[in-house]
Write a protein that binds this ligand. Structure first.
Ligand code: G4P
Length: 526
């Protein structure tokens, strides 16, 4: 027990992830309503990027700018402090989401009952699996017709590679949706369309009692009994530890729009979801309950206004207590710094805070001192692991279009990469710089920002690449041989690590076959 343990253990820091349109924003908003953090529906516009504007990245940046305020939404509920970390909806900013996932202790995945598991959810779940992040699944839009729940659960298990355990069960769906049986609380939650809230919430321990027919029609009652029998037969008993170890995902059904099933989700969430978990630093494991402060920068949000080139560095507090105007060590610089206006994010407001605890996020105004992954501590030299870069999906050579501004260009590229806008690889064969991104928009963002913030002009030239793989091997001779054979495709990343740029899936497969002692990694952390 540390002196702040009580504060820290009541914290629940998590992210809601979904494929765009599954209902993340709607669910977030309903959770905020329960927390009393907002009072009217429609108050959260969040990070939602309007579909019509997908090609207009300035518009998206503007919305991202607005979304700084909603980057973290904190509220109190039933004695707990809840921190919801928002993630960008647009897939071109998936890298932002990956990094946000390094700062949460658990995740809620929203799945649209009609659409099932979609591409982006699959990708984000990979990150959760890698980190063993506990996840809860919320199947949304039960007021619409969708997939059979058993089929959907099979799909989730198969596509997301995680075992599931339903903790509520729907009574029909679409027009005939009658509600859910809450297995976790043994309650019948009845749904009336056209009403905004759960109409009835009935304690119902014995589902075989004929009283069930007083609430729902006989055919639905019979089906529910059969379904529940099957559920108990097919799925293992719910065990909170397998959830906490990331091996099983409890599933809830509901309709965020109708505020149905949301409170049940939240009530279960605060009971089972983890409080801040120990974090692995290179030097040692850091326990959140330690009295000394430590934290790391997981996201940097730049102000797009060229006249105010300032950023906010988002710090996840890993241990102890953070205080305003106290000196902390910026480990990479080895120097002490203090912060006079750290901000916290209460619901929709950003305000200066005097203190924050492990599990919380503070925003530090920054003028270029931080890069992603930087550690702040009370004095100890710690380096937190767990901020991997993922292989980008798009690559372009970046060239200087204004020879007089080479210095500005290099500085701009370096700073934008530190901010995590994209990844830089330097080809060892021809010395050219390659920028890798997860989406086309980032190239436009980089070009615009280089010009407006650094006065530098760049030009993109095509390069056809499939993936960037970080390589390593215990077999030094084979590694050397590989580097020689693939000289044209060898690059180094920002940290100087060896990266192989494979130009097709086939070539990559052949390389893996021909060089069995070399490990090919698709993330920078292995
Ligand atoms: P996202 O953040 O995951 O992208 O999704 P968002 O919450 O914005 O929801 C996407 C659309 O799905 C919205 O409709 C929203 O109203 C709707 N929706 C969310 N939950 C439910 C639900 O439980 N049932 C039904 N039927 N619809 C739901 P939209 O028309 O795209 O947006 P809007 O104009 O209503 O804002």
């Amino acid at each position: 027990m540390g002196q702040y343990t009580e504060e820290i253990e009541r914290r629940r820091t998590f992210a809601i992830i979904s494929h765009p349109d599954a209902g993340k924003t709607t669910l977030t908003e309903k959770l905020l309503l329960f927390g009393g953090a907002i009072h009217v529906a429609g108050a959260v516009k969040s990070n939602k990027i309007k579909k019509t504007a997908t090609s207009d990245w300035m518009e998206i940046e503007k919305q991202r700018g607005i979304s700084v305020a909603t980057s973290v939404m904190a509220f109190d509920y039933a004695g707990h402090k809840i921190n919801i970390l928002d993630t960008p909806g647009h897939q071109d900013f998936a890298e932002d989401t990956f990094r946000t996932l390094t700062a949460v202790d658990s995740v809620i995945i929203v799945i649209d009952v009609a659409k099932g598991v979609e591409a982006q959810t699959r990708k984000l779940m990979e990150v959760c699996r890698m980190r063993k992040t506990p996840v809860i699944v919320f199947v949304n839009k039960m007021d619409r017709d969708g997939k059979d729940p058993f089929d959907l659960l099979d799909e989730i298990e198969e596509e997301l590679h995680i075992k599931v355990r339903p903790l509520s069960w729907p009574i029909d769906m679409g027009q005939r949706f009658r509600g859910v049986y809450n297995i976790y609380e043994q309650k019948l939650n009845l749904y009336t369309p056209s009403k905004q809230y759960v109409t009835e919430n009935v304690e119902f321990k014995d589902i075989n009692s004929p009283e069930l027919e007083n609430y729902i029609d006989p055919a639905q009652a019979e089906k529910l009994r059969m379904d529940l029998e099957l559920v108990e037969g097919v799925y293992p008993e719910f065990d909170v530890n397998t959830y906490l170890s990331g091996d099983i995902a409890p599933v809830f059904f509901g309709s965020a729009l109708n505020n149905f099933g949301v409170k049940e989700l939240l009530d279960c969430f605060i009971q089972i979801a983890p409080s801040p978990r120990p974090v692995q630093a290179i030097e040692r494991v850091v326990d959140p309950n330690e009295d000394t402060f430590s934290g790391f920068v997981f996201k940097i949000h730049a102000n797009m206004d060229p006249n105010h080139r300032s950023c906010i560095a988002f710090v996840k507090i890993c241990s102890g207590k953070f205080e305003r105007n106290v000196n902390y060590k910026h480990v990479r610089f080895g120097k002490m710094m203090r912060f006079s206006s750290p901000t916290a994010f209460m619901a929709q407001k950003k305000e200066v805070v005097d203190e924050a605890y492990a599990g919380d996020i503070v925003g530090l105004p920054d003028t270029g001192n931080f890069k992603i992954g930087d550690t702040l501590t009370s004095g100890e030299d710690l380096h937190f692991k767990g901020l991997p870069s993922f292989s980008p999906e798009m690559f372009k050579y970046i060239e200087n279009a204004d020879p007089m501004k080479a210095k500005q260009l290099n500085k701009g590229i370096e700073q934008l990469m530190d901010e995590g806008v994209a990844q830089l690889f330097i080809n060892q064969f021809n010395g050219r710089k390659i920028i890798g991104t997860v989406g086309q928009l980032q190239f436009e963002v980089i070009q615009y920002r280089l010009l407006h913030e650094y006065g530098a002009q760049c030009r993109w030239e095509p390069i056809s690449l499939y993936k960037a793989c970080w390589i390593e091997s215990d077999n030094a001779a084979m590694l050397e041989n590989f580097k020689k054979r693939k000289a044209q495709y060898m690059a180094v990343d920002k940290e100087g690590r060896n990266v192989y740029l494979a130009d097709s899936n086939y070539v990559l497969m052949m390389a893996q076959q021909d060089f069995p002692d070399i490990k090919f990694h698709f993330t920078s952390e292995f």
